[in-house]
Ligand binder design. Sequence first.
Ligand code: NAP
Ligand code: GLV
Length: 324
Amino acid sequence: MSALPKVFIARPPEGDALDRLRPYAEVVVWGEDRPASREELIAHAHDAVGVLTSVADRIDEAVLDACPNLRVVSNMAVGYDNFDVARLTQRGIAAGNTPGVLTDATADIAMALILASTRRIVEGHNALLAGEWTSWNASFMLGFEISGATLGLIGTGRIGLAVARRAQAFSMRVLATSRTRRAEPGIEYVELDQLLSESDVVSVHVALNEQTRGMVGEREIGLMKPTSFLVNTARGAIVDQRALATALNRGAIAGAGIDVYCEEPVALDDPIVQAPNVVLLPHIGSATTKTRRAMADLAVDNLIAGLAGRPLVHCINPEVYNQR
Ligand code: NAP
Ligand code: GLV
């Protein structure tokens, strides 16, 4: 039996970051290419002092009850809606995340979805493969031009602002709605309804929590122009996925680009998958080698600090230190 504290790695990170953890912990890595179920997570982590999680691993009261030795949980993600933060704090367990290092990669994917949906990139690729490209035709595969068009950002945190900068480089006018209206050159802050009714492309960048869940519902989608596009790279549950599918089917909006879903992986028979004019990605916002390695490093740094009883590099619940 190891004298080192046990850390359960619920999702192996990209690269060799775990090698830096091994001098400090007995590292037990989940070996399957799927998330551990709650029972499997508990079976492996019941005696662990630390856990490294992905967005697919829920750390809730039942898991915390079953894992009494936990001192640190480290999410390999910036979003932490998979954590019950209040319960973690109540129990004095430090919770970490990986902000900043994934901002550019995720903003790039939002921009890619904006361009893919407005310029019919996937449809064009598929048309070529299907032999539908018979000659140059002035009216073939016409799309919507974003230059000079209006982008509406819901949320101007790190990723929202990085998308704003990219959109400005594409000569887009940028509207935004945000709890904290940061003075940023070229961003015009408006109320949500105005943003929805004026924007040609709406892009979602708020964190998921009880206030933002369902923020873009049937009523909000109904305010969008029939020529407009909705892009979501934040979290599926911020948008009413069923209402979005209905709007796409009715032609109430022109298209959508989606990286995140209410349930992940999304079922192939889900209405959003079956809807027309939608570009779908499998939650790959941060999926570049450089970014995933940086996330792994930060998640491991958080674990090492938590095991040593030091403040985490990025702590979601710094109040825990006041309780110690
Ligand atoms: P961030 O800098 O913390 O920004 C989060 C934004 O959400 C801020 O604008 C914040 O407003 C807003 N917000 C939070 N709670 C709110 C509420 N109750 N009402 C209104 N606005 C609220 O985070 P980020 O790094 O930009 O990441 C944003 C989100 O993107 C993450 O939470 C995650 O869900 C998602 N994400 C997805 C991927 C992917 O692979 N698709 C990758 C990375 C991140 P304030 O500034 O006023 O607090
Ligand atoms: C990914 O979805 C993240 O929140 O980092």
